[in-house]
Design a protein around this ligand. Sequence first.
Ligand code: 0O2
Length: 229
Amino acid sequence: MSEIKDLVNKLQELLVDEANKKTVDNMFASSKELMSSYRCAIMEVETKFKVLNDWFNLQHERNPIESITSRLKSPESIKEKLERKKFPMTLESIEQNLFDVAGVRVICSFIDDVYILAESFLKQDDITLIEKKDYIKNPKPNGYRSLHLIIEVPIFLQNEKKKVKVEVQLRTIAMEFWAKLEHRLRYKKHLDEKTLSYTAEELLKCAEDSANLDLRMQNIRDIIEKQDI
Ligand code: 0O2
């Protein structure tokens, strides 16, 4: 009797393994396709900003873009976000619920450039705006500033056209400087209450100082441009 039970258990184990193996193989292929479409969407968006930068340079003899970086969200962060937001742990759920798997960051010289570029980009008839968060006009309580656009861009594959969501973050060099350092410092978690609140206050003051610097630099540029006709 116990021999039969052992056999059934083993059979079950094998069947489960087989079923899992197929699921895992399928998942692997589908997730490769999904990630590859995010990568293509990043390329499309990057190209659009590079074109705008070149065109702007031709018209105004200066580059509004300092640099462009992009990233695909890591599997660990995808999993963490799905869990945190209580979304199902499936590929469909990633596509439907997470809008920042593909991310492009555009670093601009001046605040005006952020808005000029965002407007020209959003005017393009293949770009659909899903959501806009203006953390420049309404900074986060910790001082974080940046313009976030969740957009959809079409990518053209062998036999199909697919719309893919990308998060575009536009910010100035000063905003990038602050965000990078704040991000690094945020991971230093073993601090006592007093130090935590002091450093948070200091970071907020630094964000305000650097926002002020952005305004002053913008002002200098405006004065120079008015004279330099
Ligand atoms: P990474 O490494 O850039 O991928 P949630 O993602 O749920 O926290 P939400 O509403 O989806 O929030 O997005 P939100 O807050 O509009 O913007 C999320 C992204 O903006 C973050 O991505 C950061 O890149 C950036 N960001 C937002 N707030 C801050 C901040 O206070 N400090 C810094 N340095 N960056 C910020 P990820 O996924 O957190 O990280």
